[in-house]
Design a protein around this ligand. Structure first.
Ligand code: FAD
Ligand code: 2HG
Ligand code: ZN
Length: 525
């Protein structure tokens, strides 16, 4: 079951045989090869349980050499391959569409190097983001990215999706903080076999592209690593990552704010930039249905700005949890504003002055400052839990778009009106909600429904993509293209760009075995 995406299996790909499995077992040992149908289930199904493939084998290599050997074999047999990290991707990119071999990085989770002066970290691709952050934390540093899936996602998956997350506004994108990569290519580059000197490493049969440097500055021609940041596994398998960590802040302040309108949210954002500029580390927003969903569906999650902190009832609709599009007595929007600094007194004072300013000009009607780490965690859970709450509620259509910040919520309102007019309003259990990284102009538009429905989908797509294209936005701000949007790439990329992407793919992966059906639209016949 892969929803609403019409693709056919590429008949040129080989099919897994017992001989193939025997080869993999001999290479990785029995523990590195999964063939039992029950054990394969989690490799075949994505986090949302929306995309389900049918692989017959999942592999768990431990070293770059093993990845290189298994890709050499898959290339020779034309076996299609899906790289898989923590499998938290949201666009159907991390699971097979048909019977592609899953190559999981789960057993490649070692930290290889850490420099306590510069804060550069080198780790295998399967290291879990949260573990790396804890590792860096023990040395006075932090990972330059953070996201709700941190407990499961792998650094290789983060790099492959160019994950953005909650603190991009401060620490920038992975295109800046990734210093080096090691990647195994599906085919050896003719002429490169045996090479390995000059600090570029690689050697072997020319399949390992070794760009694993920790230099801040390195202007030596094309910056090849950038190609793999956000390539979603279509060009090769990332086996190790070098990344610049940031100093861990001595002082963290967090405010949860209630805003009376979306223009008030953007006004508060402007004030935050002006008054908190050098310490600002996150600016997030969620609308009131998101807050209600999180408090209604997730245990222990509360909104401290609501009476009792819990979800209010009333209003009907919304699948029985009393969630509606209305604000049900609460504010229509909430914001999280966080600072990372080095002096708690100074930062607290700045935050208090900011609060005075935004409450004084009416852009914020209520607010609370986290008084402890536990309170801050609990506020973050309200924001980070929205995705999970939506998945628990039922079917979800997810869109992750970049739009001009000042008008981005108009898309939510326009779609809400469009669906309601066609009988898919809150009284039918359909909720159109908006949240996301307002500081980065990134809106998460989610449509929650009791069940998947083709009629509903045809009202959402291509409407959303056309809207985004008309407003010069991006159909993927941070989640990637995956399977979900492969046929929609042209809403955000022109024909020359798409053709160049295809040609790069063909040079690196002429048989097209790396994560097929994903990212690139099929060539027109
Ligand atoms: P996977 O899901 O396993 O894979 C993602 C893609 O990368 C696939 O195409 C896969 O083939 C490829 N891939 C994985 N590992 C490798 C590798 N080693 N080499 C080559 N290709 C590889 N994303 C954001 O950008 N910001 C957020 O704030 C955010 N929050 C999230 C919150 C939740 C609760 C969830 C479930 C997801 C969230 N995501 C977010 C989406 C997701 O993109 C990220 O969680 C993460 O970057 C994916 O990492 P992963 O290891 O799970 O990769
Ligand atoms: C977030 O910011 C994630 O919470 C997930 O990027 C968004 O589920 C989504 O649509
Ligand atoms: Zn996000």
């Amino acid at each position: 079951r892969f929803l609403h995406v019409a693709v056919e299996r590429n008949a040129a790909f080989g099919q897994i045989s017992e001989k193939d499995v025997a080869f993999f077992e001999q290479l990785l040992g029995a523990g590195g090869v999964v063939t039992d149908p029950d054990a394969l289930e989690p490799f075949n199904r994505d986090w949302q349980k929306k995309y389900v493939g049918n692989t017959k084998v999942a592999l768990r290599p431990r070293t770059t050499e093993q990845v290189s050997e298994l890709l050499r074999y898959c290339y020779s047999r034309r076996l299609a391959v899906v790289p898989q990290g923590g499998n938290t991707g949201l666009v159907g990119g991390s699971v097979p569409v048909f019977d592609e071999v899953v190559v999981s990085t789960a057993a490649m989770n070692r930290v290889l190097e850490f420099d306590e002066v510069s804060g550069t970290l080198v780790a295998q691709a399967g290291a879990v983001l949260q573990s790396l952050d804890e590792y860096a934390g023990q040395r006075g540093f932090m990972m330059p990215l953070d996201l709700g899936a941190k407990g499961s996602c792998h650094i290789g998956g983060n790099v492959s999706t160019n994950a953005g997350g909650l603190r991009l506004v401060r620490y920038g994108s992975l295109h800046g903080s990734v210093l080096g990569l090691q990647v195994v290519l599906p085919q050896p580059l003719a002429g490169a076999a045996g090479a390995g000197s000059g600090g570029g490493g690689g050697g072997g049969d020319g399949r390992v592209l070794d760009l694993l440097r920790t230099l801040r500055k390195d202007n030596t021609g094309y910056d090849l690593k950038q190609l793999f940041i956000g390539a979603e596994g279509t060009l090769g398998i990332i086996t190790a990552v070098a990344i610049q960590c940031a100093p861990r802040p001595a002082s963290v302040q967090l405010a949860l704010l209630a805003c009376p309108s979306f223009p008030a949210v953007t006004a508060a954002l402007r004030t935050a930039r002006r008054m908190l500029g050098e310490v600002l580390s996150a600016v997030e927003f969620l609308d009131s249905p998101c807050s209600h969903l999180a408090t209604a569906h997730l245990e222990g999650v509360r909104n401290p700005l609501l009476q009792g902190g819990a979800a209010e009832g009333g209003g009907g609709g919304g699948g029985g949890e009393g969630v509606t599009h209305g604000s049900v007595g609460s504010a229509p929007f909430y914001m999280l504003v966080e600072t990372h600094g080095s002096d708690a007194d100074h930062d607290q004072q700045k935050m208090e002055r900011f609060l005075e300013a935004v409450m004084g000009d009416g852009s914020v009607v209520d607010g609370t400052l986290a008084a402890s780490e536990a309170q801050a965690k609990s506020i973050w859970r309200l924001r980070e839990g929205v995705s999970e709450a939506l998945v628990r509620r039922g079917a979800v259509y997810k869109y992750d778009v970049s739009l001009p910040t000042s008008s981005m919520y108009e898309l939510v309102e326009a779609l809400r009106a469009r669906l309601a007019a066609a009988g898919f309003g809150a009284d039918a259990g359909v909720l159109v909600v908006g949240y996301g990284h307002i500081g980065d102009g990134n809106l998460h538009l989610n449509i929650s429904a009791p069940r998947y429905d083709d009629g509903l989908l045809s009202l959402i797509e291509p409407y959303v993509y056309e809207y985004v294209s008309r407003h010069n936005g991006s159909i993927s701000a941070e989640h990637g293209i995956g399977l979900m949007k492969a046929q929609c790439l042209s809403y955000s990329k022109g024909p020359v760009a798409v053709e160049l992407m295809r040609r790069i793919k063909e040079v690196v992966d002429p048989y097209g075995i790396m994560n097929p059906y994903k990212v690139l639209p099929p060539r027109p016949a």
